[in-house]
Write a protein that binds this ligand. Structure first.
Ligand code: SAH
Length: 352
């Protein structure tokens, strides 16, 4: 059982666990289904659960933590309809979610931690380090409330917001169980992507779960010198070990991995790096997503020049590597992970 403020975090419980919990309270089994159905719609107060007896609502209030996030900022892009929201959590911390509109449907990008301890040199989320990990219920609410705000069903979820999902492994796995549960939101695993900076020691456990989600690996450099410079998570692990772990994961799960590559001017966009990356991708059969770097005020890095992105892409394509250049959405919105949180916190509108 997950506890928040010394109480049971009821929104993080699966129906079968709820059933046991309610049985202990002397309640019939069907109450679990009723409660799970409320929670899977984002319900933030027992008073809203009008089909439960008053006495049960009072017991649950005294035993359980239940909260709904409070929207403290919302910005929408006039260019492409991207919506970025900042949510205040029960303890005054804040995380952001982004809804992006693609031709195939709306995608929500959720945070998995408040801050991040991985320290990537180009990323806004890393500034200030990790504050805490999110509970499964908090991640669930990010999706449910983004969906409520958007007014229509979301088609994809990406775990690419603030935080490192594999550094919050158990809570992320439980969140996936909750969002995917047929008695709840029933969100298809194949429509979910999880992005990691490459905590390879967790790959085996992830593969063992045989989830049908897409794993994205933030590669950003094909050589150890560059990758260790911009991604401390590479130190002590290395690109060779990462590729080996990815190969093993693909073999075990039968699922392809997509590799993220944020193009940074003069850092990771040379012809030699394109050729090295092509070699690694051909060996492993990975798909490369080139992303123009989102410039973060506090960081010295600049996005690659468009002609260098094109040259890089061409080298990969000429080697037969599957490559796409991701469209930049929400560029007018502080769209890089953690940028909105930092901006609003700096303006003094929320606590850290
Ligand atoms: N910690 C996870 C997921 C969160 S970051 C990971 O590292 O994958 C989601 C993606 O955004 C990662 O690929 C990350 O490297 C990338 N990213 C972070 N800051 C960025 C920036 N300023 N511009 C472009 N991509 C960025």
């Amino acid at each position: 059982m997950i506890e928040i403020c010394g109480k049971c975090d009821i929104k993080s419980m699966l129906p079968e666990e709820l059933e046991v919990f309610l049985k202990e309270l002397g309640q019939p089994g069907f109450r679990a289904g009723q409660i799970f159905s409320w929670l899977s719609r984002g319900c933030g107060s027992f008073d809203e659960m009008t089909n439960l007896p008053l006495s049960l609502r009072e017991t649950l209030k005294s035993r359980c933590h239940l909260y709904a996030p409070n929207q403290i900022d919302r910005r929408s892009s006039s260019r492409d309809g991207t919506v970025k929201q900042l949510w205040e959590l029960y303890d005054g911390n804040a995380v952001e979610t982004v809804v992006m509109r693609y031709s195939y449907g709306d995608t929500v990008c959720i945070s998995t931690q408040v801050g991040c301890r991985q320290g990537c040199a180009f990323c806004a989320s890393a500034i200030g380090g990790l504050v805490r990990s999110l509970s499964p219920s908090e991640m669930l609410d990010e999706v449910l409330y983004a969906e409520r705000d958007s007014g229509k069903p979301l088609s994809h979820i990406v775990l690419m917001g603030i935080g490192e999902p594999l550094d919050n492994f158990d809570n992320v796995m439980r969140f996936l169980d909750l969002i995917n549960h047929p008695k709840g939101r029933g969100f298809g695993m194949r429509r979910i992507s999880l992005s990691t900076c490459g905590l390879i020691e967790k790959f085996d456990r992830l593969a063992d779960n045989q989830l049908q989600l897409t794993l994205s690996v933030s590669l950003h450099a094909p050589d150890d010198e560059t990758r260790s410079r911009i991604m401390p998570a590479n130190r002590g692990r290395g690109v060779d070990a990462l590729m080996e772990a990815c190969g093993k994961y693909m073999k075990k799960t039968g699922r392809r991995i997509s590799f993220e590559y944020a193009m940074i001017d003069g850092v990771n966009d040379s012809e030699a790096q394109a050729r090295l990356l092509a070699g690694r991708m051909k060996e492993i059969g990975g798909h490369v997503n080139l992303i123009p770097l989102n410039q973060v005020e506090e960081r010295e890095f600049r996005p690659s020049r468009p002609e260098n992105v094109r040259r890089f892409q061409q080298i990969l394509q000429d080697s037969g590597v599957n490559v796409t250049v991701r469209r930049r959405l929400g560029g007018d919105l502080d769209a890089a992970c953690g940028q909105l949180r930092r901006r609003v916190l700096h303006d003094g509108n929320a606590q850290v």
